[in-house]
Design a protein around this ligand. Sequence first.
Ligand SMILES: [Zn+2]
Length: 381
Amino acid sequence: MKSTKAEKGRGAPVAPSVSSANGDRKVVAYDALTAKRLTEIPANAWKLGGGDAGAYLVGPAWFDPQVNGFAGVDYQDPAITGEALERSVREIHARGCSHILATIITAGDDQIASQFRKLGKTLDESAFLREAIVGFHLEGPFISPEPGYRGAHPAAHVEGKAGEPSWDRFSRWQDESGNRIRLVTIAPERKGSLEFIRKASSSGVVVALGHTNASVEEIQASVDSGATLFTHLGNGVPMLAPRHDNIIQRVIGIPGLSVSLIPDGIHLPPFLLSNLSRALGSRRVLFTTDCVSPAGCPPGRFRLGDLEVEVGEDRVVWNPDRTSFAGSALTMDAGFYNCIRFGGMSADGAWRGWTWLRRRMFPALKPPMLAIPFPEIAIGS
Ligand SMILES: [Zn+2]
């Protein structure tokens, strides 16, 4: 008797959640930003996976302001080719993300200049790349030299004068890039930062603070000078920091700063992603993968600039001495779902967090529509 019951249970077909009278599958769709029901998925929408999904969210394809590499392609690689860059962008598109800022991190001055020249030239030669890579993000070298705050950025290029914001040095890199640096992350406690922030922001470059141990006063002064963002809050922080007066708490208290978070469940444990999302609110929070070349690849060893990074089954990207993360292996679609699964965000809030910065930085861009499978029960919950 028992075994018959068990077999019956095992063999029971799973009923489709939504079906029409003639047995065809009926798809329901919701506007991702308003949660209102749509009559259909737009015919030209990018459709992610989920062939038998019953419900979809539909909205503008996503934007990621910090992509260091993807699908085995390292954007810091001096030998990068247009073909490799296009391959990585196609994989990013397949994850629902239409636009990125390709990110260059701390290196020697000449190395930064030649990489911007290389990437700029590559974009000059490809309309496909120019459409997808809407600018560059320079993270460093004008950041904190202190261990922990510096993260995986090479010490030799952030210590002393090398790490002090310099408009002349930046202008050289901007020229080499073909005027494509649209975002720069700096630490405002470095000498000369306020003048740099004023010049950068008045030239149309968005200034983010990050990899910093700035005081409340220093952060506020940089906001007053034109800084508007904070890069990956909760990372670029030592393992042990003061319990009250620390960079995370200081930044939460400055309403003029919007904040990017990395929703991989590793850079921020799920509860912290949720706490920070709620504390900041959907008007201040935005998401990024900060992904490096292992994103979208199986575990292995990968290059990230001068570093060799290692990725195991746990998808954690360690720098070689395992003292800090060196970017993430997160893909944009996984990041979006994480924002809802454990990030304390509603579906519409999460979607905003993956798109609003593009609207602000590039208001003329018309992103393609994206449709992603989504359980109906989660709409508006
Ligand atoms: Zn960083």
